[in-house]
Design a protein around this ligand. Structure first.
Ligand SMILES: Nc1ncnc2c1ncn2[C@@H]1O[C@H](COP(=O)(O)OP(=O)(O)OP(=O)(O)O)[C@@H](O)[C@H]1O
Ligand SMILES: [Mg+2]
Length: 290
């Protein structure tokens, strides 16, 4: 088969592992930088050019699209779909997953547990926002944040109101969320490929840190998910329409609560924590579908 990995950085662990896994199963594999693809649209003849060459004979793509290039990356994925190429992540699901508000709305409709979350349009009623999120302490998150940066634990109501007001003034959009204390500075990630959990890990923040991000000094270890956690993770990936998903959950007194569903989950942390060949599972997923 001819498999193309859409990735802006050929040196990333995840990209390299997918190349290795595809080659190990005797496929032709190529890394394509989606940002450098040109899309040609005309009547019934969708074409993609990359570095001056027409990309044809592609059987499947594995999109690894960074959040900063969602718009163009999605257009390239959609063009491949129009060329009837199998994609491990559908363009619609990619777009859906990148909109945090929409994602939470979809997960809520699917009946999944979520930390109570308030979005507002720079509302001046900061008191009410804090109340709606269950009162202090609350978590305040910058909508554009990643790797734990812009996620703040605010202990008191007064402080929460000041922080929300400050962000509102800067026109920085935030969400205010119930703080799940009993998660104990940890979260769990379930890695899903084609409706199956292929690996799960627990990430624990360093001492005194409520954020479990590995970038913030957290450590990852393999865990066995409970039935309830497995069901929630699979349901979340399905609701989002993702063939490959990294479902992040908090372990709470009322069961698993979904934090986020990632559409381009990294392979490094999960492969190292679990010792599993997840890249291989992704290539086999393609083989079953092409
Ligand atoms: N409501 C909450 N209650 C308790 N802990 C939380 C809550 N929200 C987030 N955390 C902790 O903070 C960490 C970072 O939060 P989150 O994953 O929402 O943001 P991020 O990692 O910066 O963004 P993204 O995952 O979108 O890249 C989580 O992994 C979790 O450990
Ligand atoms: Mg996170």
């Amino acid at each position: 088969m001819n498999i193309k990995i859409l990735s802006a950085n050929a040196n990333l662990y995840s990209t390299q592992r997918l190349v290795e896994a595809a080659k190990a199963r005797n496929h032709d594999v190529e890394i394509i930088n989606h940002a450098k693809c040109d899309i040609v649209i005309e009547k019934k003849n969708p074409v993609i050019y990359y570095k001056g060459h027409k990309l044809d004979h592609t059987d499947a793509i594995i999109p690894r699209i960074g959040a900063s290039v969602t718009f163009y990356g999605t257009a390239v994925v959609r063009q491949f779909e129009m060329m009837r190429v199998f994609t491990t992540t559908e363009s619609q699901a990619l777009v859906r997953s990148r909109d945090k508000l929409r994602s939470l709305q979809i997960l809520s409709r699917a009946g999944l547990g979520l930390p109570k979350t308030v979005f507002t349009n720079y509302s001046k009623n900061v008191k009410e926002i804090v109340d709606q999120a269950g009162g202090a302490p609350v978590i305040i998150k910058l909508l554009e944040g990643t790797q734990g940066i812009g996620v703040i634990l605010v202990e008191t109501r007064k402080a929460a109101e000041s922080v929300i007001e400050a962000f509102n003034n800067l026109q920085a959009r935030v969400i205010v969320q119930e703080f799940i204390k009993e998660a104990g500075g940890a979260d769990i990630r379930a890695f899903i490929v084609d409706g199956q959990i292929v690996g799960a890990m627990k990430r624990q923040g360093k001492d005194g840190e409520f954020r479990s991000n590995l970038h913030r000094g957290g450590t990852a270890s393999v865990i066995k998910l409970t039935d309830e956690e497995e069901t929630a993770a699979l349901k979340a990936a399905k609701a989002m329409g993702l063939g490959i998903a990294g479902v992040d959950m908090l372990q709470s007194a009322r069961g698993p609560l979904i934090l986020e569903v990632n559409s381009s989950p990294g392979l490094e942390g999960i492969e190292q924590a679990t010792g599993k060949d997840i890249a291989n599972s992704i290539i086999k997923y393609i083989e079953r579908n092409v």
